[in-house]
Design a protein around this ligand. Structure first.
Ligand code: FAD
Length: 386
């Protein structure tokens, strides 16, 4: 049983009020325009949600992981596009500046990003390197009092609008993972950083995605975040949080799809009664609810373990695997309940169905998560639960 504190419950209600009043009414339109929703993004910043995980000294709220997940879940219920952009801003896009940046960099980039005045993102993936980070080919070469970056990053969230990027690049020509380092790149003031091709896509369409091309981009030495090696280990320190946050996004999206399907099933009449009264549809809804319930428990149990200071590598991988696959399944079932109308633009069911696919690759694909979960399996001795 997950026991939220009264502060957490109140926080959830306040995010839900914002989502219902300001996000839900816009969600369909921003998806159709497939444009970054700058006004809504700024509102999330004004409300202080980007800073939830960060200390008050930088405009944050010093909130725990459970609270951060409540935010992610509620926002995803309204618009997964906005939630994807917000997740990037509040975690990967800002974390390394906070953790490894100088006080000056924190003031110049972290503080305005947490207010929503700068768009921050993270660029690691390349055309030939996704899960396999050892294959990254972007290079960072020392020049004078700084570094010159070259290479192409792809699938960069918010690439068309990003002001500041944390970029992963290799500081030597060796193969492998060790020599990947992280650099802060100020897109507005750095020559040699351009937007490559945009990636129009079926999911989270309003969280625009694209390539960032680095062509001899010079960054000062201070922009090297945390040393010339060990970038992957640095990412590893927040991987469980990324996974549990993605699990929370999944729960939020699945809840939205379930709610829409339930309302539709109560209103739609076939063969003389609401379709919810046909057992096949009632059982679908029961299965959807049961799997959302299980995903929710896993998500918040893992978040609470993070807050208790435990290492949850396997648990976070399980939470993300189960919750994201649940979102895919539940949004599919919701579309089946809507039947023809599940394909219609006028209903949100089709958007939920498309958006669910976004939850699969980020933070480790389902296949990679199974590799993580299966590592050092202790099933032979019957130890399943941790
Ligand atoms: C909407 C969206 C936004 C994104 N935003 C960002 C971002 O902001 N910054 C960023 O850096 N990246 C971002 N990504 C990229 C994302 O992190 C990668 O897509 C992800 O790491 C997977 O890489 P890939 O797509 O190249 O797949 P690949 O790694 O090429 O995998 C292809 C297939 O092979 C499987 N596979 C690969 N290796 C193994 C293995 N060892 N064992 C079993 N199966 C394996 C995978 O599971 C998958 O099914 C984003 C992706 C999307 C869809």
């Amino acid at each position: 049983m997950i026991q939220f504190t009264s502060e957490q419950e109140e926080f959830r209600r306040s995010v839900a009020r914002f989502v219902d009043a300001e996000v839900v009414p816009e969600a369909q339109a921003i998806d159709e325009r497939a444009e970054f929703p700058l006004d809504l993004f700024r509102r999330v910043g004004e409300l202080g949600y980007f800073g939830l995980r960060y200390p008050e000294a930088y405009g944050g709220a010093d909130a725990d992981t459970v609270t951060y997940c409540l935010f992610a879940e509620e926002l995803a219920r309204g618009s997964l596009s906005l939630a994807a952009a917000a997740a990037m801003q509040s975690l990967m896009g800002t974390y390394f500046i906070y953790k490894h940046g100088s006080e000056d960099l924190r003031r110049r980039y972290l503080v305005p990003a947490l207010r929503g005045e700068l768009v921050a993102t993270f660029a690691l993936t390349e055309p030939n390197a996704g899960s396999d980070l050892a294959s990254i080919s972007a290079r960072a070469e020392r020049r004078g009092d700084g570094w010159v970056l070259s290479g192409t990053k792809t699938w960069v969230t918010n690439a068309p609008v990003a002001d500041v990027l944390t970029v992963g690049a290799k500081t030597s020509a060796e193969r492998g993972l060790k020599n990947i380092a992280l650099f802060l790149v100020d897109r507005r003031s750095t020559a040699g950083v351009t937007l490559g091709k945009k990636i129009p896509k079926m999911a989270v369409r309003a969280s625009e995605t694209g390539e960032i091309v680095l062509d001899g981009a010079f960054v000062p030495a201070e922009h090297l975040l945390g040393g010339e090696t060990g970038g992957v280990e640095k990412i590893g320190t927040i991987l469980s949080e990324i996974r549990v946050m993605t699990a929370a996004l999944s729960v939020g999206l699945a809840r939205a799809a379930y709610q829409a399907a339930l309302e539709y099933a109560r209103a739609r009449v076939a063969f003389g009664k609401p379709i919810v009264e046909h057992q096949a549809i009632g059982f679908k809804l029961a299965d959807m609810l049961a799997s959302i319930h299980a995903a929710l428990l896993l998500t918040y149990q893992t978040a609470a373990q993070i807050d208790a200071g435990r290492t949850v590598t396997r648990e976070a991988a399980i939470a993300k695997l189960i919750a994201s696959e649940t979102a895919v399944k539940v949004t599919d079932e919701a579309c089946r309940i809507f039947a023809s109308y599940g394909l219609a633009d006028e209903y949100a069911a089709q958007r939920y169905f498309r958006d669910a696919r976004f939850l699969l690759p980020g933070g480790g694909t389902s296949e990679i998560l199974r590799v993580v979960i299966g590592r050092d399996l202790d099933l032979a001795r019957g130890r399943v639960l941790s």
